[in-house]
Design a protein around this ligand. Structure first.
Ligand SMILES: [Zn+2]
Length: 345
């Protein structure tokens, strides 16, 4: 209960800071300061209502809030496509003034049903980074299965290793989830894969995905239809959302090449962009993305991008907080960067 109050207070504080910034005109100052640099927005899912496990972690934003984000982007920014970004970074040519590239990670079905119609109505381009290996297997993401297992609980208590026990619904699922994910991502890549497989297997026993379809990934037919008018593009997020940092150059190359050719075969379009799973990269992962033929790759590092920025290490701006509109406006305009309130980022 105390942690819930603390979390609620932190979210309220961030919202209050954002509203103060907007009231002092920081939004216009931030946009002017951006100039000919590119801001890349990073979304995950967009849902009608954030309930149950979907509230755990900073994953989904609300549909109504997203529609307001999109209208604000159409009005105040120059929303660019992946093709425009690729052209600029490859030629080192400045981006248009106040350029914004909208991206979604993971390829949730809710993005197809909820977010893309909003963007298409406003003719705003966007890119979605998908996971061909999970899509082909009809699976979801292990960390989403974990959200469900911790919020809903499981019948019989089970030790899944590395300090993670599943059992009755967690009293503080948010904290339990954050700590478990952090612990698992500190393991070496082989152990990470084992833990992911174990959590997904446990999730299947609990019918986690049929019970919580908001976590389902869209299939190839849906992406084919979404891409048909050229407004929406699809990039690679690796095959199965596995950490690439720490792997050999060859292993990274295989991951980037396999996912690229699977996407290109399925959609009949060149796959130009990659997003590092968990934002985890090192020199091998970045160099392999370049060699595999991607024009650019995005990280989860915060910040703006000059046209001369390393195209394999583009920075992004995370949009979460349930879609809080004041926070979105502060982050998208750069007002948030101007203020950088300590402990509130
Ligand atoms: Zn991801």
């Amino acid at each position: 209960m105390l942690s819930e109050v603390r979390r609620w207070s932190a979210a309220r504080l961030r919202g209050a800071v954002a509203r103060t910034l907007l009231a002092t005109g920081a939004e216009a100052r931030g946009r002017r300061r951006q100039g000919a640099r590119l801001r890349i927005l990073m979304y995950h899912g967009v849902v009608a209502r954030r309930t149950g496990p979907g509230r755990c972690g900073n994953l989904f934003v609300d549909q109504k809030a997203f529609a307001r984000h999109a209208r604000s982007l159409a009005r105040d920014f120059c929303v660019v496509s992946l093709e425009q970004v690729a052209e600029s970074v490859q030629a080192g040519r400045p981006f248009p003034d106040r350029a914004v590239w909208i991206t979604f990670d993971d390829g949730y079905r809710n993005v197809v049903t909820t977010a893309l119609p909003v963007l298409q109505a406003l003719r705003l381009p966007a890119t979605v980074f998908v996971l061909p290996g999970l899509m082909d297997a009809g699976e979801g993401l292990w960390f989403d299965a974990l959200r469900v297992l911790l919020v809903d609980g499981v019948e019989a208590s089970e030790d899944v290793g590395h300090g993670l026990t599943l059992g009755r619904p967690s009293a503080d699922p948010e904290r339990a989830w954050t700590e478990a994910v952090r612990r698992i991502l500190r393991l070496d890549p082989r152990l990470q894969r084992e833990m992911a497989a174990q959590i997904l297997a446990r999730g299947r026993c609990e019918q986690w995905l049929p019970r919580h379809p908001e976590f389902a990934l869209a299939g190839w037919d849906e992406w084919r239809r979404a891409c048909s008018d050229g407004l929406i593009s699809v990039g690679s997020h690796g095959m199965r959302h596995e950490t690439l940092a720490g792997l050999s150059r060859e292993a990274c190359m295989e991951e980037w090449q396999r996912s690229k050719s699977r996407i290109e075969d399925a959609l009949g379009r060149t796959c130009l962009a990659a997003a590092y799973p968990y934002g985890a990269l090192d020199a091998s992962a970045a160099e392999a993305a370049r060699q595999a033929g991607y024009a650019c790759a995005v990280t989860t590092d915060e910040g703006l991008n000059e046209a001369q920025h390393d195209p394999m290490r583009l920075r992004r701006t995370m949009i979460g907080d349930g879609g809080d509109v004041a926070l979105f406006r502060a982050r998208a305009s750069g007002a948030w960067d101007l203020a950088r309130p300590r402990g509130s980022r």
